[in-house]
Design a binder for this molecule. Structure first.
Ligand code: SF4
Ligand code: SF4
Length: 139
């Protein structure tokens, strides 16, 4: 709905498919504190929503140069060739629609300060060590 089309290639949320084990994992913009997409934009089209922490694209300002798509280390900002501007997750003003509609509750919306990233990293390292190299592709 956000991009005006039911089309995975235009979506602000993507799915990693891990080939070994058939595990699928959704991912989207992490709203980095040090948001490189925002820092490199030459026209100030990406700004911070101070209430939600989201980095938000103002389409009326975006000139479609795609510099932000190169700067984002996670590949979570996309060029929309129909509109000539980029799109990204803006947290739906604090009520992410993807979380609302997920039929299996696979998505949760939590404060980044509560992520316990040390435990997550430790778990990821253990999984990586036991699984060896994991190949993946995006839908
Ligand atoms: S594509 Fe738009 S938002 Fe991205 S850097 Fe260029 S002007 Fe800024
Ligand atoms: S689009 Fe990329 S660089 Fe920008 S805030 Fe999201 S994850 Fe960070």
């Amino acid at each position: 709905m956000k991009v005006g089309a039911f089309n995975p290639s235009k979506s602000a949320i993507k799915i990693f498919t891990f080939d070994e084990g058939g595990v699928k994992v959704p991912y989207t913009c992490t709203q980095c504190n040090e948001a490189w997409c925002m820092m490199v934009c030459p026209v100030g089209a990406i700004t911070l929503n101070t209430e939600t922490g989201a980095k938000v694209v103002t389409e009326a300002r975006c000139v479609g140069c795609k510099v932000c798509t190169i700067a984002c280390p996670f590949g979570t900002i996309n060029y929309n060739s129909d509109k000539g501007v980029v799109t990204k997750c803006d947290l739906c003003n604090g009520t992410p629609a993807c979380v609302e509609v997920c039929p299996t509750n696979a998505l949760t919306y939590v404060d980044a300060d509560n992520l316990n990233s040390d435990r997550m990293q430790s778990h990821a390292e253990k999984s990586h060590a036991s699984a060896g190299e994991v190949a993946y592709k995006t839908l």
